[in-house]
Design a protein around this ligand. Structure first.
Ligand code: S0N
Length: 266
């Protein structure tokens, strides 16, 4: 079994479970976390003993709250942030979509920012009653567009997807279920049991049929990968600007950001 520092990776009875294990920062990810997740997904994807992959977060507060804002310190983002976080995020989205097995997000708390996008790109999502969903980028001087926007709109419709990004509100598990963002809501104590139940149902089905079905769903939205690459390229230019730094500093300093000086003629 591979050794990891930021994640837990277990395999049992056909099910691989990848757990982001940074509960002190609500399972926010850094470059190391992303690289380990990519390796674990690739390993599970190639392992003939594995038929389903579960993705979850450690503890009972969070699934994942996106990039670790504190890793870059109070001076804010700079263009190296793109290399540190951006490139592995793009690759991780790709790997979750390309592993030829169903991936289930098991959402046990906050799924915010890039953590929310992770659950969006999974094939299925089961959440506990206390899960909270939402985007944060425009509040913290960042954005995770591409699959995070255009594919989100496939799940919940254009209006709701635009609301999610343009207001940065938070949504309960029941609201997420009603808008088609997730598949099922259960009591927190029964979350893993329910996820394993779904996984075991999947394990009874034809792996080749599932592989082709996943590939065919993906084929319809694969062009969004290009949008993701463009958006992350734009993010590289955005980081390090006073506007992006204001969002980052405001979060670190626990205050409301003031973006008023950045409003320009269209
Ligand atoms: C999750 C929220 C809503 C929880 O609010 P709550 O319950 O009031 O708890 P807090 O007191 O706010 O948080 C508890 C402790 O956890 C720390 N923390 C929270 N989020 C992060 C984080 N993302 N990174 C590091 N630490 C985090 C808090 O600071 C607090 O610590 P203490 O107790 O020491 O004060 C609320 O916390 C929230 O809204 N969090 C921010 C979510 C967010 O903005 N996520 C995206 C952040 N990342 C970026 O924007 C950088 C860009 C990036 O990494 C990226 C680049 C490309 C593609 C994707 C991403 C990506 O972020 O995903």
């Amino acid at each position: 079994m591979m050794e990891f520092g930021d994640i837990l990776f277990e395999k049992e009875s056909g099910i691989a479970t990848i757990t982001i294990n940074r509960p002190k920062v609500l399972n926010a990810f850094r470059r190391q976390t992303l690289e380990e997740m990519i390796k674990a997904f690739e390993d599970a994807g190639q392992d003939p003993e594995i038929g389903v992959i579960l993705l979850t977060g450690a503890g009972d507060r969070a699934f994942c709250v996106g990039g670790d804002v504190k890793e870059w310190g109070p001076s804010g983002y700079d263009s190296s942030s793109w290399i540190d976080i951006g490139l592995p995020v793009v690759r991780l989205h790709e790997v979750i979509r390309s592993v030829p097995k169903p991936v289930i997000a098991v959402v046990n708390g906050y799924a915010i920012g890039g953590g929310h996008v992770l659950q969006v790109v999974c094939d299925l999502a089961i959440a506990s009653q206390n899960a909270v969903f939402g985007q944060a980028g425009p509040r913290v001087g960042s954005f995770d567009a591409g699959f995070g926007t255009a594919y989100l709109a496939r799940l919940v419709g254009e209006r709701k997807a635009r609301e999610i990004w343009m207001l940065c509100r938070q949504y309960s598990a029941d609201e997420a279920l009603n808008m088609g963002l997730i598949n099922k809501v259960v009591e927190p104590s029964g979350l893993m049991e329910e996820a394993r139940k779904w996984a075991n149902e999947i394990l009874r089905l034809s792996p080749s049929a599932l592989k082709m079905i996943k590939a065919s769903f993906n084929a319809d939205t694969d062009h969004i990968h290009g949008l993701t690459q463009l958006a992350f390229g734009a993010l590289n230019f955005f980081y390090g600007t006073p506007e992006s730094i204001e969002g980052h500093r405001a979060f670190i300093e626990k205050r409301t950001p003031n973006f008023s000086e950045f409003r320009v003629r269209g």
